[in-house]
Design a protein around this ligand. Sequence first.
Ligand code: SF4
Length: 435
Amino acid sequence: MSDRVFRIAFSTLGCKLNFAETSSFQEHLPEGFEIVPFSTPADIYVINTCTVTEQADKKGRNMISKAYRTNSSARIVVTGCQSQMAAGKLIQLPGVALVLGNEEKFYLMEYLERLISSGTAEGINVGERSGISAFFPAVSYSGRTRCFVKIQDGCDHFCAYCIVPYARGKSRSASVADVLEMVKKAESRGVKEIVLTGVNIGDFGKGTGESLAGLLRRLLSETSVPRIRLGSVEPELLSCEIIRLVAEEIRLMPHFHIPLQSGCDRTLKAMKRKYGRELVSDLIHEIKNVVPGAFIGADIIAGFPGESNDDFNETLSFISSLELSALHVFPYSVRPGTEAAESESQVPHAVKEERKKKLIELSEKIKDTFFVQNTGLCRPVLVERMIAGERAQGFTDNYIPVVMEAGDSRIRNTIVKVRLTGNAGDGKMKGEIAE
Ligand code: SF4
C-alpha cells in the first residue's frame, strides 16, 4: 500500500445496529487512512445505509450526492440495507465506485485496500440474501459514556410491511462469550452503560441453547458495567423471566421498548404480527406490577394497508388504555418486495398523515403523564454531556432525558442521583442533583 494517507469520511443512516457497525469499521481501519468529517473533502466516503422506509432510501441518495458535491473526484462506497436491496440503482449514481451488501460490508478493509491500490474493487459486491449467514460483532462508542452492543442480526418473522429480513437475512446472534468480551472491552474504556441491540434481540441464542435472559444473568455476574439497557424486544419474546430480572437487578434499566405497531387485532393479523391485544395488555400489566416506575415505549405504524377508521380508533383507544410512556410513530411506507406492498387497499397519504398526527398528539399526552408521575422522585442519571459548561444532560435509569445545573464538567460520565423537578419542555425533564 502507498505511503500516501487517504482521507476517509463515514456517514451512518438508520438503526443503532448500523451505528455499531460503522463504529467497528472505523475501529478496524488499517494504517494509511485518516478519518475526516463527512462535510469536508475526503478521498473516500463510506455511507452505511438503511432501507426501512422510502424516506430512508431518499436520505441515502442525498448523502451520496452530498459527498459527490463536496469532492467529485472522491470514491463513494455505499454499504448496508439499501445496498442489499437496490445495488443496481446506487451504482449508477455519480461518484459511486463500490456497493457492498450486508455480508460483504464486513470485508470493507480488504475492498478499500484494493480500491486504493489497484482500483480493482469497483462495482457491485452484493451476495444473495439467502447467503447472509455470518454474524459480525460490533460496538458503537458514541461519546464513550454509553455504547450500543450488537448481539443479534437478521430476522425470520417476515412481517407483511417489513423489508429487514430481505435486507439482513436470517436471524443469528453472537455467543454469550462474544458479548461478554465486547462488554468487558467497553467497560475497560470507561463506558458506564451498554445498550443491547440487534434486529430482533428477543431471538438471541435461537438454535444455540442460549437465551436473552441467560445473557443478562451472565452480564450481571461476569461484568461490572453499571447500567445495562435492553433495545427493542418483540412483545411475544419479552418473557416474564426477563421482566422479573429487571425488577430484581438495579443494573438492569427499567426501560422496555416494544414494537407494538397497532392496537387492532384485525390489523395485527394482516401485518402478520405474532401476538394480539390480549398478550400486549397482559405484558404491560405485568411490567407495571413488577417494575412500577418503568418506561415503556412502543412503535406504532399509522396507515397500514386496509386499516379502516374504526381499526385506527381501536388503536387509539387501546393505546390510551395501556400505561405506556411514549410512542414512536411511523407512517406506513411501501417497501417493494414485501407482502403489504402488493395490497390494493393502500391508505391515502393525507389520511396516513392525519393518523400520524393524532398518534403523535397522544404520545405527547402520555409522555406528559409519565413526567408528572416522576416529578419529585429521585432517579440515577448517567451524565452524558455538558451544555454551555454549566448545565449537564443525561438519561435517568427509566429513560427520561434530564437537564440540570451542574457547575463542574467533571461530572460527565458519572452517575448522579437527581431529583426530577418538572417538565423542561422539548421532551425533557428538569432536575437538581440530590447528592
Ligand atoms: S420482527 Fe417483523 S418488523 Fe421486526 S425486523 Fe422482523 S420482520 Fe421486521
